[in-house]
Design a protein around this ligand. Structure first.
Ligand SMILES: [Zn+2]
Length: 344
């Protein structure tokens, strides 16, 4: 139900032949737009003061494709397929935190809601414990989970500059593949820099089209209200792959019981038009996949391939040097790695 898909439909309609149909379609369009505005008025539209359902998420607008699909839960054997939208909602976008996410913040269950310990009813901000938790890396060195009770206390003090994170090489990080280090909990929310438990190998699309609008919404909510947000960000891997297929993000505003902010989504770690080997981190763009076979120089010892003009290619010992005529995709799918210097 994104605005984008709405206008896509309009385009199809207005492509019709006769002018009469066109005029009719335009009229219809105006009516639909009018009706939509009316409905937005009633539901609060893109106000961040909405909760619970996927409609309340302001993320998927304008620049982003928005969400269309919804899945009941994340099944590691049947992960949602990327279909052009930057995320899908999970469970109708209703967060489903493990209990410890609440209890670490000093919340206890009271009927269908949560209250601060020692409070008769509702949440007393002063009794909340803001915190951040970063799960240990797994046996393969992969990030597992990050969650916390975020508030002004966990955010960087004003004037604070972001630190360098270049020292961290998250699992699946491959050189010269345009990867970005993606924070599970954004710096602006956590003031965490080079924390290896908080950085995964992510695409620009995951960072900017998937996660950032949700992070900004959370940040704005906290700035505007001074309230706290339970927040969880969990990379989702397929089997033993080194690079996550996506990130499950959840948020729930504490003091107002989720009225101000509430979501549960799965953001795709993809680059539209490119194919990604999630085991090796090697990305093949559509242009690269369409490239004709050409001459490459392979270092059979390191498994790295170069353009023949690369300095690195000239330095390969004779016994390890092999010249082949192949496409880039043929070489990467045989397990060879493109040189980080000549970037074939
Ligand atoms: Zn090279």
């Amino acid at each position: 139900m994104s605005r984008r898909s709405r206008s896509d439909n309009h385009c199809e309609k207005t492509n019709n032949k006769s002018q009469r149909t066109l005029a009719l379609a335009v009229l219809l369009l105006i009516l639909i737009a009018f009706a939509y505005l009316k409905i937005s008025d009633l539901t609060g539209g893109s106000d961040s003061g909405q909760t619970g359902n996927s409609q309340s998420i302001t993320a998927g607008t304008e620049k982003n494709d928005g969400n269309i699909g919804d899945v009941a839960s994340i099944d590691p054997d049947a992960l949602p397929e990327y279909d052009g939208h930057n995320y899908v909602t999970i469970n109708g976008s209703v967060p489903d935190f493990p209990d410890e996410v609440y209890s670490k913040a000093g919340l206890v269950k009271s009927g269908n809601s949560w209250k601060t310990e020692g409070t008769i009813k509702g949440v007393d901000s002063r009794k909340l414990t803001p915190y951040e938790f970063y799960g240990e890396l797994d046996k393969s060195g992969r990030c597992t989970v990050a969650y916390g009770c975020l508030g002004l206390e966990t955010m960087p003090p004003s004037g604070e500059e972001r630190g360098d994170i270049g020292s961290v090489h998250p699992s699946g990080w491959a050189k010269a593949q345009n990867w970005e280090r993606s924070h599970l909990i954004a710096w602006a929310l956590s003031n965490e820099n080079a924390n290896e438990r908080n950085l995964i190998t992510g695409t620009h699309y995951l960072n900017y089209d998937g996660m950032r609008p949700l992070e900004e919404e959370t940040e704005h909510y906290i700035w505007d209200t001074g309230n706290h947000v339970l927040y969880m960000s969990k990379p989702v891997y397929f089997g033993n792959e080194a690079v996550a297929r996506g990130v499950n993000m959840m948020a729930w505003s504490v003091e107002d019981g989720g009225k101000g902010l509430s979501f549960n989504v799965y953001c795709f770690n993809v680059t539209p038009g490119a194919s990604i080997d999630y085991n090796t981190g090697i990305v093949t763009t559509a242009e690269q996949a369409a490239q004709d076979a050409r001459l490459y120089v392979i270092n059979t010892r390191s498994g790295v391939f170069h353009y023949p003009s690369c300095e690195g290619a000239g330095q390969i010992a004779k016994k390890n040097r092999k010249e082949v005529t192949a496409t880039r995709l043929e070489l990467t799918s045989q397990g060879y790695t493109p040189c980080g210097y000549c970037e074939p």
